[in-house]
Structures are given as structure tokens and as C-alpha cells.
Design a binder for this molecule. Sequence first.
Ligand code: ATP
Length: 204
Amino acid sequence: MVIGLTGNIGSGKTTVCQLLAAKGCLCLNADLLGRQVSEPGGEAYAELRQSFDAAYFDEAGNLLRAKLAELVFNDAAELARLNGIIHPAVLRCLQREIEAAQAEKPQQVIVVEAALLVEANYLPILDQLWLVWADDQVRLKRVMKRDKVDHEQAQARMNNQLPQAEKAKYARYIVHNNKGRAELQQELEAVWQQFWQENMKQED
Ligand code: ATP
């Protein structure tokens, strides 16, 4: 069973993943893999070097992420070019990690966390999608606090993502995270029980 866990910025994906890991799930972070594949020697590195100007790399060959982020933030064609390199590489890595984990522990529930599972079309490698949902104003406050950015900067990051209601169309379960941590834990417990009942019971 491979669950995709998505949600827009500040919704609480990482927080939910920590709770799922405590339940014994194996959590894979696709955003983290995205950074790994673009490091020197990584799966996407050679293609990145060919596709982007030398000015986007430092003397040691490391990708200057902030500089590239600035470029793609303002240019949809460049963003598409970057995604066309990163996402296929991350998908290949994920597939290998999932296969290895399944071979080692066939009953384990695997959770793939990423903000862009829907946008980047990772759905074919997942058995089902969960969405962590928090209202825009709640997410805005969390992002401002966590990243120490002002209202405008937080809003700009939020604007770049597909609306939650669109993602909800693909989701089998929604984890509501508008309230505090204790409420989130309760909500996740309820979703987990429903998930287990509906998907895993026969495997108990
Ligand atoms: P991103 O897409 O930006 O990586 P995310 O969806 O992974 O975000 P988290 O990092 O889990 O979201 O949560 C955003 C911030 O809000 C964090 O600082 C986290 O500790 C906090 N947070 C998450 N859920 C709650 C909650 N229920 N109560 C209070 N704080 C929370």
C-alpha cells in the first residue's frame, strides 16, 4: 500500500508524516529527493548542467537553488523545463525506493509526501492520495511564523499551488488540520482507523 500525502504549503504534511511514521509507516519525502537528485552526482545533475547556464552553479558545481528559484518563479517556460528534468528523476528514485521497501517488508504502509503530487502527476505510482487540508488564513499564519516571512511573501508562495479544492477531487481521505496539535492527532487517528477498516482489514 503506497499512500501519497499531499497538501498545500503550511497545511501540515510534514507534521502528519511524523504521526504516520510513529504508527510504523515508512515515509518518503519527494521534495527532499528533488534536492538530492540535483546535487553533484545525483540522478538529474548532468541534465541540469546541460540545460541551465553556468551562472546557476557555484565553483564547486553545486546548484544555486535560490538563484534558479528566482528564475523559474518569474518564467513559466523555465519552470516547465526544470520540472521536466527533476520530476522524472524523482519518480525513478521513488519507484526504486518503493520496490526495495516492499521487497523487504511487504506489509508495510509506505507514505510519499510532497506538495506537488497532483500537479506533477505522481498519482500513477500511488495506490491512493490523502490530502492535508487547512484553510488559507491558517496556512498563511503558519508559514509566516515558521519561515519568518511577511504576509506578502507568504501569500506569494501560496499562490503558486493548485487550490486545495481541486486536489480534494483526487483524494481518498482528507486530514483536516485547522486546529491545534491535539485535534490533529485525534483527526489522524479517526482517518487512520477508517483507512485500515476500508483498505487493510482483510490483511490483518
Ligand atoms: P510545507 O509544504 O511548507 O513543507 P507542510 O505542509 O509540510 O508545509 P508543516 O511543516 O507540517 O506543513 O506545518 C507548517 C507549520 O505549521 C509548522 O511549523 C508546523 O509545526 C505547524 N503546524 C502544523 N500543524 C499544526 C497544528 N495543528 N497546530 C499548530 N501548528 C501546526
